[in-house]
Design a binder for this molecule. Structure first.
Ligand SMILES: C[S@@+](CC[C@H](N)C(=O)[O-])C[C@H]1O[C@@H](n2cnc3c(N)ncnc32)[C@H](O)[C@@H]1O
Length: 387
């Protein structure tokens, strides 16, 4: 026990430091704050924010994407990759374990809405929190209030309403929390653990996380800082709309989608978002970050890896789609959600040694469920939109 505590103190301490300093000991610039004003200084730093693309840059990128999409993967093989999607991600996590993605330490800076409003100021200063001391979490009775047992309310009907569950007195994981967060496609927990770290001193907030790769969920659950009293991790395929969630509809405050929707077939995306929107409480939010059109990783694909327009297969069998801002807007608006933020973020990464410049593009968005959007109204809106 003492060993775990020491390990824990060390983890928080290291994490704190990794956010404040680079390996060369220089302090890091906060995300989004480094502007390239003088092009001659491009090799002075390894990263520049808010890069503007010229029309020429845009056209050159479009040409590359057209060129690498000329040869498409055969339809039979495409079906096979769709059927075996979870198998490939499972292999991915067996190979890389939790060593591939970095902890998403930018989460609270970019998405303060992850936590209840009254806690947001603390999160912005997350690296100065006193969380090095795990006694703080262990001894705080408030953080142990959530129950993770006796779940049975949603197993036969994923569409049950929170009110009816409450009235029936049935419990589900996190049923006594007042604020609930779900991360879809959580992978090995690179967002889960920064969130759990932030929750350590905040009572009645509960985190759910799911992934269709069982190996990923296993990695999350076996992590020394996984806390089943604050978090419920489960295997779930978001493309399977018959598969129930372990909580009722309209029970979530926040849904996090971090680099996950790009992994699913673009024909499935709208259905996924419609269903996720139903899980949100009125006023709840979806926080989204994913691959943007003409990111360097799209332009680097060789011919023969394209599945359909802007959708590719990687060598390991996992797939990736590259979104535009308008597509993202349409997807979430069609599900009845209101745009709060929707930005195409362009960043320039620089390899100073090799004198190479790399353009990164992603989309960052926030969409909110209107307070008046109840389930029946959402169904009405969806029906009218599709007809
Ligand atoms: C690029 S990784 C991102 C992981 C994590 N969100 C992060 O930011 O580190 C994409 C994740 O989505 C998961 N995923 C892909 N398709 C999914 C689906 N249909 N249902 C659930 N998870 C899925 C993969 O297994 C993988 O863990």
């Amino acid at each position: 026990m003492r060993f775990i505590r020491r390990l824990s103190a060390c983890y928080w301490k290291n994490n704190r430091f990794s956010q404040r300093f680079q390996s060369n000991g220089r302090p890091t610039a906060p995300l989004g704050s480094r502007f390239l004003l003088d092009p001659d200084k491009v090799f002075d730093h390894n990263m520049w924010d808010h890069i503007q693309w010229s029309q020429e840059d845009e056209e050159r990128a479009a040409e590359k994407a057209i060129e690498n999409s000329l040869v498409r993967i055969q339809p039979e093989l495409q079906d096979k990759y769709e059927r075996e999607a979870s198998k490939h991600w499972n292999e991915f996590y067996k190979t890389h374990q939790n060593n591939f993605f970095k902890d998403r330490n930018w989460l609270f800076m970019e998405f303060p809405e992850i936590l209840p409003e009254e806690e947001r100021e603390h999160c912005m200063k997350i690296d100065t929190r006193l969380c090095e001391d795990d006694h703080l979490c262990e001894n705080n009775p408030a953080v142990k209030t959530s129950s993770v047992h006796n779940f049975g309310s949603c197993s036969d009907d994923s569409a049950v309403n929170l009110q009816s569950v409450k009235q029936s007195g049935k419990e589900f994981p996190g049923s006594d929390a007042t604020y609930r967060i779900l991360e879809v496609g959580c992978g090995a927990g690179n967002s889960v653990f920064p969130i759990l770290r932030a929750l350590c001193n905040i009572p009645r907030v509960f985190l759910y996380c799911c992934d269709f790769a069982s190996k990923a969920v296993e990695l999350v659950k076996s992590h020394p800082f996984f806390d089943p009293s604050r978090c419920f991790a489960f295997v779930h395929d978001v493309c399977d709309d018959t598969s129930p969630y372990p909580f009722p509809e309209e029970s979530l405050d926040v849904i996090l989608l971090i680099f996950v929707l790009a992994s699913v077939h673009p024909d499935r995306t709208q259905g996924i978002i419609n269903r996720l929107a139903r899980l949100l409480k009125p006023g709840g939010m979806i926080l989204f970050r994913d691959r943007g059109r003409y990111d360097v990783t799209q332009l680097r694909f060789k011919k023969g890896f394209c599945l359909s327009e802007n959708f590719y297969m990687r060598r390991d069998g996992t797939r990736v789609y590259f979104f535009t801002k308008d597509e993202v807007h349409n997807l979430f608006s069609s599900a009845g959600l209101i745009e709060v933020q929707n930005e195409m973020v362009r960043r320039l990464q620089v390899n100073r040694k090799k004198r190479v410049k790399i353009h990164r593009v992603w989309i960052q968005s926030k969409f909110q469920k209107p307070l008046w959007l109840t389930r029946s109204k959402q169904e009405y809106a969806l029906h009218n939109h599709s007809s």
